[in-house]
Write a protein that binds this ligand. Sequence first.
Ligand SMILES: [Zn+2]
Length: 460
Amino acid sequence: MAPRHPTTDQPVADLAIVGATALVGTPAIGVDGLAEFAASTTIEITDGAITWIGPSADARPSAREVIDANGLVAMPGLINTHCHAAMTFLRGVAEDVPIANWFNDYIWPMEVNVGGRDVYIGTMVAAAEMIESGITSFADHYFFMDEAARAVEKSGMRANLGSAFFSSQGNEGLAHSVEFAEAWHGRANGRITTSIAPHAPYTCNDDDLRGAADAARRLGVRVHIHAAEDMHQTQLGVDGRGITPIQVLAETGVLDAGVIIAHGNGIVDADIELLATHRDRVGVTHGPKGYLKYALGPLTPIRGLLAAGVPVGYCTDGAASNSTLDVFENMRITAITQKHAANDATWFRSGTALQLAGSGAAAVIGQPGMIGELRVGARADVILVDVSGFHCQPLHDLAATLVYCVQASDVRTTIVDGNVLMRDRRLTTIDREALLTEFRQRASALTDRSHGRTIQDYTT
Ligand SMILES: [Zn+2]
């Protein structure tokens, strides 16, 4: 890489990160290889994009803002591939219950109470938590999404947003999801992208799935849907209509249109073949903390998916099931459980774990090359991680440190689209006290179930 020698006094960049140890490469999908780091590296950012990466000794950073990252690891901002951000309100309301009770007795009766302002406030709290945890981008699937989009605009995060619907809403559900996707795609300087968001094959009929696929193709966006969430759901599909939920997505054109699939624990071998033929436009989201808590299983067949070239990324789902919006935690649990499930301690090396967090997750949400990698031309979504803590030292294997040792609170600085959203643990776009005050005030009203109504039934 050529040294930089600015010839004028004008700043050559908006922002320069100097002296970082940078995660500059992870293995290709399906290759269980090593991560690549570059010591003492400078990353220059202009107009929201990475414009130069190279040895700090070669660079003469002349930037409007310089961040000294000596002793810090620079890595691509984490991508949360499936979330219900506003569900931060319901964190902890339904613990130690089976999944059917979780939906029918708690979540769906409580969600009757949710309004637009709640979604704005709940999404802002989620954004604050995610920025603090090094997440720069999330794919969201919920209701009142105009308000979620406003929270994304205000917080400075990047998000792919889908307005969720059930077929029990009649034609209006799909129509509104399409309207939202059309209205918001590309907004907030391109930080907001959208998807069409049917809830699941068991709550949406084939006509709605076909309609979602057609709209996604027309708008150039993806479908975002829950499917094959566990083997029980897959078995019910096979018993009821003779095909798996993934086969339903194939038959209705959803795979062809491109789709973010949450969560895929019930994906079987025949499904992997179908997904492989659409691997340039489908991906699977994986959030094992929730699956383990709610005893859903077996775990997503990640080994088979990666071998077939199907991208996989981590997700936190909503805080009501996952408790925290922490991709580091889900990465760690994934690595541990994948080794355990395969009975093979040599599989799912740290390089692979980091691939799922970056380029793999970017591919899942349809933004490969644009985010999830530190490379020239990518959008500047970067986090700086402090690995000086006792729980990280010494640094014999930095990739393993990031996977097995780092805590979300070790993230010092979070940058999205070139904007610093957290500087040395201080949020720059969110007023913490004001937000928490309104959030706590609203939380108790939302958990009232005395009205006896529900937005949907979990009948599988
Ligand atoms: Zn979900």
